[in-house]
Design a binder for this molecule. Structure first.
Ligand code: C5P
Length: 310
């Protein structure tokens, strides 16, 4: 840490969105969560969280940005970033105040873990601002209490997630990938999509949860075709059942030349892996001209969480 950190009045972190390159979901557990075997992968669409000192010992939040669904993000202590800051203060055993300024670019309730990104940014920024000595492991366990996807957002990159997604093992990455991201106008509730998956399955047996070796190998070698072949999402059928129009979005992107198109996490965002910039342009143009997305973004991956200098 720099010597002048002692005098810092504000700290900013940039935290990426995630997609699940593979998402395998087991049967509902007695604690209300589902066991997962997933490959989290961060893509270059970022929220920024700026934590600044306040006179009062309370946590306040302001959210700006122009991403769809922004109006639904609470600017109160219900915001996941505020809950994360409060959890960190509690773990320090003292009353601490902060103002969190969140600049959102990650689509809201989109299956891209934008709320988790903000929570992770708040944990990292408040640890620095408050000069707490929490180790990365301690921060990760506070993150897991805040939400299943928050521990991954502390890191970014690529990682296998097990448990309810909070147990992580980072994976080696050997290249960059290009994505086109189709954003829906309205988000989907994560618990509703899990519930729909349970309903569609009618309690039928679920195969053993594990991630596919060829997918891990494709990430290691930076092979988009190999990655496209192995990508899969158990939640997709449930997201399509709740939002049938997403099938058309996926079709348009695939027919325009995407290597693969998949619902991201619990949706409704659809992500398309493409081979190069020219293919990205073609897929983006098709999604726009057929009006099958509210907004279309482009991103490269992997992406990482990092502090932003003032
Ligand atoms: O952990 P998080 O707060 O993001 O989870 C939101 C909801 O999503 C949970 O309350 C649960 O209904 C569902 N969930 C699940 N299994 C997981 C993660 C989330 O059923 N592994």
């Amino acid at each position: 840490m720099r010597r002048d950190d002692d005098r810092r009045e504000a700290v900013t972190y940039r935290v990426p969105a995630k997609v699940n390159l593979e998402l395998r979901v087991g049967p509902l557990r007695s604690d209300g969560f589902h066991p997962l075997a997933t490959v989290f992968h961060a893509i270059g669409i970022y929220d920024e969280v700026r934590a600044s000192r306040t006179a009062a010992n309370k946590v306040t939040v302001a959210v700006t940005g122009d991403t769809p669904g922004l109006a639904a993000v609470p600017q109160s202590e219900d915001n996941l970033a505020a809950r994360a800051a409060q959890a960190l203060a509690r773990s320090a055993g003292c009353e601490l105040g902060v103002h969190l300024q969140i600049t959102k670019r990650i689509p809201v309730a989109g299956g891209l873990a934008g709320g988790s990104a903000d929570a992770a940014g708040a944990l990292l920024a408040c640890r620095d601002l408050w000069r707490l000595g929490n180790s990365d492991d301690e921060l990760r366990s506070i993150a897991a209490e805040v939400g299943s996807d928050v521990p991954f957002a502390l890191l970014g990159g690529t990682a296998v997630g097990t448990g309810r997604g909070e147990r992580l093992a980072s994976l080696p990455e050997g290249g960059t990938f290009s994505w086109v991201v189709a954003v829906a106008e309205r988000g989907l509730s994560t618990p509703a999509v899990y519930g729909e998956l349970d309903r569609l399955r009618h309690g039928t047996a679920v195969p053993e949860l594990r991630v596919t070796d060829s997918l891990v190998a494709a990430i290691r070698s930076g092979d988009p075709a190999g990655l496209a072949e192995a990508m899969a999402n158990d939640m997709q059928a449930a997201a399509l059942s709740l939002r049938p129009e997403l099938a058309k979005t996926l079709d348009v992107g695939r027919q325009a030349g995407a290597l693969v198109g998949l619902v991201s996490g619990s949706g409704p965002t659809c992500v398309f892996l493409v081979s190069d910039t020219a293919a990205a342009e073609t897929v983006e143009a098709a999604l726009r001209s057929r009006a099958v997305a509210h907004e279309v973004l482009r991103a490269t991956s992997p992406a990482h969480t990092a502090s932003v200098p003032d």
